[in-house]
Ligand binder design. Structure first.
Ligand code: PLP
Length: 376
């Protein structure tokens, strides 16, 4: 018996966590600037989160979508309110890939078209359509290959306009991350997102804002696409929305109408998932975490810019990155020598995706470690 070895795994066993830190089985503390891959939004084991999930578990954890689950309505209200996307409709699923899969499928139901525009460097997940829309042939199985997806250069308005001019009437949807995560923290320019909005409106195509990584407040706005002052037709979410509880969601414009049976899932929107996501929004609101992401993000960027070895410090809020070509071993050094988790992107990018609860104290500590390592 063995695990199917698809992950490259560090020899570390994390057994507990609190706030910005995680602890291994030997009691070693680690600073978590990775947020378990942009998942931890309100901090590890937040007391309100633990208490609400525990008490829900003692009542009921799951029942099927064939009965009323008012927690789903409460969650829909709260997402619409915190995001400002009034009158949007919520469909709940279980992961980011599933959210994108459902979004592209829904778009195709809506306009009865097949072509989907995705962009270079994009990552949208590993289910069939999502992986086909991901710009990484090595994870696309032959069965997932489809001519329905076309890749255009990211942030290139002219290529997009040109494509729409030729094939606009065939385009079902455009899927785009507000800030590419796996692609190495690359921001979509506001003009690019505005152009997507205009073209989608003109051709009755659906603008899908993949907000799985850059959404849920991480960028300093609820959706990073909000920086461009546009409304997408569908927002996809996962990761931070549940603070570790597996949940995916799509937020759907009122102009798209549901039909019975059009989408569905067994686990999506279960009682526990809803309580997790409701608690995340409640805590984000009470603790002003979106504002904190903004404030701490700006401070972080300013501090990181003092190191000439760290190139192109970039990102928004607490979705930050920089190039480490001059110090390619930095990620490993941070973990092995200083017990700090950070994320990466290929080939030499460090991604910082900490919980939105981060304070100056943790940032200053990280900066002091960089000073020690880079200035010695
Ligand atoms: N979309 C984006 C932008 C992501 O970063 C990811 C995961 O990293 C996904 C989709 C897929 O999410 P999941 O791993 O929950 O399926």
């Amino acid at each position: 018996m063995s695990l199917f070895p698809v992950y490259s795994i560090k020899d570390i066993e994390i057994v507990s966590a609190k706030g910005m830190h995680v602890y291994d089985k030997n009691g070693q503390e680690y600073l978590d600037l990775y947020g378990g891959h942009a998942v931890i939004s309100i901090g590890h084991t937040h007391p309100e989160y633990v208490s609400n999930l525990t008490s829900q578990l003692n009542k009921i954890g799951f029942y099927s979508n064939s009965i009323k689950i008012p927690l789903q309505n409460e969650l829909a209200d709260k997402i619409c309110s915190i995001s400002g996307k009034k009158d949007y409709q919520l469909f709940l699923c279980n992961s980011g890939a599933e959210a994108n899969e459902n979004a592209m499928k829904l778009a195709s139901f809506y306009n009865a078209r097949k072509k989907i525009i995705a962009f270079t460097n994009a990552f949208h997940g590993r289910t069939s359509l999502a992986v086909a829309a991901t710009d990484n042939p090595s994870i696309v199985a032959p069965v997932n290959e489809t001519e329905n997806i076309v890749f255009l250069p990211f942030n290139n308005m002219e290529a997009l306009k040109e494509y729409f001019l030729q094939y606009g009437k065939e385009v079902s949807s455009v899927i785009v991350e507000g800030i590419q995560g796996v692609g190495g923290i690359r921001e979509a320019s506001p003009l690019f997102l505005k152009t997507i909005r205009e073209l989608c409106t003109a051709y009755n195509a659906i603008y899908i804002a993949d907000s799985v990584q850059c959404g849920c407040g991480r960028s300093g706005k609820y959706f990073s696409h909000d920086y461009a002052e546009v409304d997408a037709d569908i927002y996809t979410m996962a990761k931070g929305i549940g603070n570790g509880f597996p949940i995916g969601a799509i937020l759907i414009s009122p102009s798209i109408h549901a039909k019975l049976g059009m989408l569905g899932t067994t686990f999506g929107g279960n009682h526990l998932a809803c309580v997790a996501a409701i608690t995340v929004i409640d805590v984000m609101t009470k603790e002003n975490l979106i504002a904190n992401a903004n404030l701490m993000g700006n401070y972080f960027v300013q501090e990181l810019k003092q190191f000439p070895q760290l190139k192109n410090v970039r990102g928004k809020g607490l979705m930050l990155g920089f190039d480490t070509d001059e110090v390619p071993q930095l990620k490993n050094i941070l973990l092995d020598k200083y017990h700090i988790f950070v994320g990466e992107a290929k080939p030499n990018v460090i991604r910082l995706l900490p919980a939105l609860t981060i304070t100056k104290k943790e940032i200053d500590y990280f900066i002091s470690i960089l000073k020690q390592e880079l200035n010695s």
